[in-house]
Every structure is written in C-alpha cells, then in structure tokens.
Design a protein around this ligand. Structure first.
Ligand SMILES: Cc1ncc(COP(=O)(O)O)c(C=O)c1O
Length: 373
C-alpha cells in the first residue's frame, strides 16, 4: 500500500524547495560504535565544545523538569530581559531563536523574497545559503582570500537586489577572522539598503585585541547590523537549541512575526538564563580551548598536515584529496571529524578541539591512519 503521495511530482512542491538537498546528519555516536565494534567513539565533528552545561544550568534544568507539562513562555520574556541587560541594549533589540541557526532562518523568512539576494563568503556556514534558497532568493558566494572573508570583494558583490550580507566571524569552517580595522572599513562603505549579519557564534572563545565585539562596536554605534550569538558553543547547550540576535527593533519585530510560537523550549530558556554571567567559567573554558587548539595544531603539523591558523575551537585542514577518504579512515578508528563538501571544500576536513584526553586519542589514531596510507 502506498499513501498516494508518490504520485505527486515535483510540481506539487515549491520550486525553491525541489532544488535543496536535505541536511545530512551524522550517524549517532552509539550507532557508529556498535556498527564498527568500537569500544569508544569520539566526536570532533560539530564544534560544540567538549564540556557539558554550566553547573548553574544543570541545577536549573533539574528544577525545571517537573514543569515540562506546560508550554514554554512563547515570548521568551525572562531570557530576552537577561540578554538585554547583559548587552546593555533594549528588550526589543533582542531576538531569541532555536539556536543562532533559528535566527538565520527567521531573518531569511522575514527579509527575503524570491529574486532577492544574499552575499556571503565561501566556503562558509551553509545555513546562510540554504535558508536564502528556501525563500527562492539567490546567494552570491564570494571566494575567501587566504581562507579569510574578503570584505572588499563582499562589498563589490552587493547589488541593488542584495538585502543581507553575512560575515561569519570567525568563519566556519576556516576559523579565520577579520580585524576591527577591516570591519570598520566595511561598515564605512556598505550601502544603506543592506542589513549586515555578523555571525559571532564563537565569540566567547576569542581573546584578541583586534577581534571586535560587534554589538559594542557596530550595533551600538548605529550601524545596520544584526549580531548573532549562541549558547551552543562555549556554554555547552548545543542539544537544547538556543541562540539570539542583537538587531535593530524593526528587524527583531519582523523576526517575531515569523517565529514559531514555542520553538525555544522551556529547558533551553531556563538553562540559558542560568548560564548568563558566569564569566569565570567562560574564561576557564576559553583558556582550556586555547591550549587544546595549540596542541591540535601541533599534532596535525607533526603528521605533515598544515591546518589554517584558527581563532575558534576548530581547525580546517586541506587533505589534498577527497576528504571523505581521511574522514572514513578516522571513522574506522572511532574518530568522527567533519568532511567539508557541504561547506564548499570537498578536499578539506574540520576538526573540533576536544578535551586533552580526547586529543591524545585523536593523535594516536591519526598516526595509525597516516602510517597505513
Ligand atoms: C558560524 C555559525 N553560525 C551559527 C551556528 C549555529 O549555531 P546554533 O547551534 O546556535 O544554531 C554555527 C554552528 O555550528 C556556526 O558555526
């Protein structure tokens, strides 16, 4: 018996959806472990960060579990309030989403009509492009220069149909950033009909004087900018899906119109609120990441690989061949990394910084894999 829906041809679905490729999720760690008969599998594939939620978030989640028969606060009121206070912006200049990814989706839905354009660097974070195409909009992909966003080329690519420009900062997957001076120059020249989205998903990991806080430096000085942040990375809440935009009132108001009422769950809201303000734990994790990043870099260099210097919690490495090959061989050893075809780099992989102990296991596995090559 078939449902009858098999008779529907492509014409039944939106043309812009027919052209999309569904997101390919990695296999669950437990399945990989069972299928390959491995005692242990280490996931260094999704840049989440190796640490769990902050202690205060775990306590809040325990307390909140008994209330899960209730729908979440659809207005995400208390988290909005906490984030507005944290950043020193108005309540209605915050828009919380189901991850920063949810915010990219809301921005796309609120802003892009068929025929509109976005501009972003490439290789970069695929959601900018996928969510634009879902709307029937077009993406102008501007090649990176030396693995970094080329901001003058980005400016050159803007035309009268361009509504959104994304600056992935640092860029996922290359881990590179632009300096405050470079961004200042970009904002001096970007035309007024464009909203620039500065995606700072990895903000808390970065400790460099030339890396700007885009909320302070651009949003608060009146630039046409939406700044994205997330609780998925250093805060250890990727599984809950909560991130936010700091953006002009009109942009947040439009995002609110396309938001699904309860898409930020109660656990996500209470864990995020409890996490805000533990700057000591953020500093500790930042320092541990910096050590891990340096170690991962040297492990790769010792094996003849040449990662792109990164300011985030991950490294981008050219493998010189189809990256699925090294990916597959590491998988056999119980290490999951990210092959980057979907990001526009079919010969590169991305490796997230794990715990020091995970890095030891990775180093040994990489040695075995490359010795067999
Ligand atoms: C640059 C960038 N933006 C946004 C996201 C999405 O983060 P979230 O988990 O908050 O949806 C990611 C996640 O990997 C990312 O790398």
């Amino acid at each position: 018996m078939t449902s009858g829906f098999e008779d529907f041809g492509d014409a039944f679905f939106r043309a812009s959806v027919n052209g999309l490729t569904p997101y390919q999720p990695g296999k669950p760690v437990e399945d990989v472990q069972r299928e390959l008969g491995l005692a242990r599998v280490i996931k260094l594939a999704s840049n989440e960060g190796p640490f769990g939620p902050f202690p205060a978030a775990l306590d809040a989640l325990d307390r909140g579990a008994r209330e899960l028969n209730r729908y979440p606060d659809g207005g995400v009121y208390r988290l909005h309030e906490a984030l507005a206070a944290r950043h020193g912006v108005a309540f209605d200049e915050i828009s919380v989403g189901a991850g920063a990814d949810g915010c990219i989706d809301m921005l796309s839905q609120a802003i892009l009509d068929p025929g509109d354009r976005i501009v972003c660097g490439w290789p970069s974070f695929p959601s900018y492009v996928i969510y634009a195409r879902k709307q029937g909009a077009e993406a102008t992909l501007v090649p990176l220069a030396d693995h970094r966003y080329d901001l003058s080329a980005l400016l050159d690519a803007i035309d009268e149909r361009t509504k959104l420009v994304y600056i992935c900062h640092p860029n996922n997957p290359t881990g590179t950033m632009n300096t405050a001076d470079e961004l200042d120059a970009y904002f001096e020249h970007v035309p007024d009909h464009v909203l620039t989205v500065v995606d700072q998903a990895y903000f808390e990991y970065i400790d460099r004087p030339d890396y700007p806080d885009a909320v302070e430096r651009y949003f608060k000085t009146g630039r046409r900018v939406a700044v994205l942040r997330t609780f998925s990375k250093i805060y250890g809440l990727a599984g809950l899906r909560v991130g936010y935009a700091v953006a002009p009132r009109a942009v947040c108001a439009a995002m609110a119109k396309v938001r699904r009422p309860f898409d930020v769950t109660t656990p996500a809201q209470i864990a995020a609120i409890a996490s805000i303000g533990d700057d000591q734990e953020i500093a500790r994790r930042r320092a541990v990441n910096a050590e891990g990043l340096a170690r991962l870099e040297s492990v790769l260099a010792e094996h003849g690989l040449d990662p792109v210097p990164s300011v985030g919690n991950f490294l981008y490495v050219e493998t010189g061949a189809d990256a699925n090959d090294l990916f597959g061989r590491l998988l056999q050893e119980g290490i999951i990394v990210r092959p980057l075809a979907g990001f526009g780099s079919p010969t590169a992989i991305r490796i997230s910084v794990g715990t020091p102990e995970e890095l030891d296991v990775f180093a040994a596995a990489l040695g075995r894999v490359l010795a067999r090559a």
